[in-house]
Design a protein around this ligand. Structure first.
Ligand SMILES: [Zn+2]
Ligand SMILES: [Zn+2]
Length: 234
């Protein structure tokens, strides 16, 4: 719940620094309607579990061979141009005001709405304490809070935590390497997740290794199921 003071200070900030579109610099909002319309939609067909693009069929060979801990991942956009830029600005450039329109776009996905299947709580993929301290915020938590607000679901910021700092996953790493780096890096709090259907939120999914490791921790702590949503699919 936003305090009156917080809202008043946001209004004051908007007057001092009128919002500008992060992509085209047009005045009026942090992300304008025109730029939203230009974002690269995730094209079908895609794997119904990990959301990787497919030539045909409904499930990729990786998901057929080794099932993930999560039920599914969905992302409204592919990781092209403007969508990638938005993730970068939110994550590394401190443009936290982007979490609102980005979270709204994620919340408007049918797969994130409780109508599609039961969801009890919205949980962000946590950052390790040290990284969160250095960045000052967790971009996944900002997106998750916005989704929870719009979907009318409880936001559980502390349901999962990262117990081990891991080196960033690089593009050059293969699937197995990525999975081994994040394996066992998460723990979840049974008191917050037991018997609950979880919507897990992150900014980007690549091979699904991070979402998988976090989902496993949530399931180990007694979560009923985990479905994930991200802004883009790299
Ligand atoms: Zn724009
Ligand atoms: Zn797949």
């Amino acid at each position: 719940m936003r305090s009156v003071l917080e809202r008043a200070s946001n209004v004051a900030l908007d007057l001092l620094f009128p919002p500008q579109c992060a992509i085209c610099r047009a005045g009026g909002s942090v992300l304008c309607e025109l730029c939203i319309a230009m974002l690269p939609l995730a094209e079908m067909p895609r794997c119904d579990r990990c959301w990787d693009d497919l030539r045909s069929g409904s499930r990729c060979s990786h998901c057929l061979a080794t099932p993930h801990a999560f039920e599914s991942v969905r992302a409204p956009f592919s990781h092209g141009d403007a969508a990638r830029d938005l993730v970068h600005l939110l994550k590394y450039e401190g443009l936290t005001s982007l979490a609102r329109p980005m979270g709204s776009l994620m919340a408007s996905l049918r797969a994130t709405l409780p109508a599609a299947y039961p969801i009890d709580i919205v949980v962000p993929v946590p950052l390790h304490r040290g990284r969160q301290r250095a960045r000052g915020y967790n971009q996944a938590a900002l997106l998750a809070r916005q989704i929870a607000n719009e979907a009318g679901l409880p936001f559980e910021a502390r349901a999962a935590r990262r117990v081990r700092a891991t080196k960033p996953l690089a593009k050059s790493m293969d699937r197995r390497e990525r999975a081994s780096i994040v394996a066992g890096a998460f723990r979840a709090d049974p008191g917050r997740v037991e018997g609950r259907a979880v919507l897990l939120v992150d900014d980007v999914v690549t091979t699904g290794a991070t979402l998988d490791a976090c989902s496993r921790a949530l399931l180990d702590a007694g979560a009923l199921s985990v479905r994930a949503v991200t802004f883009t699919r790299a």
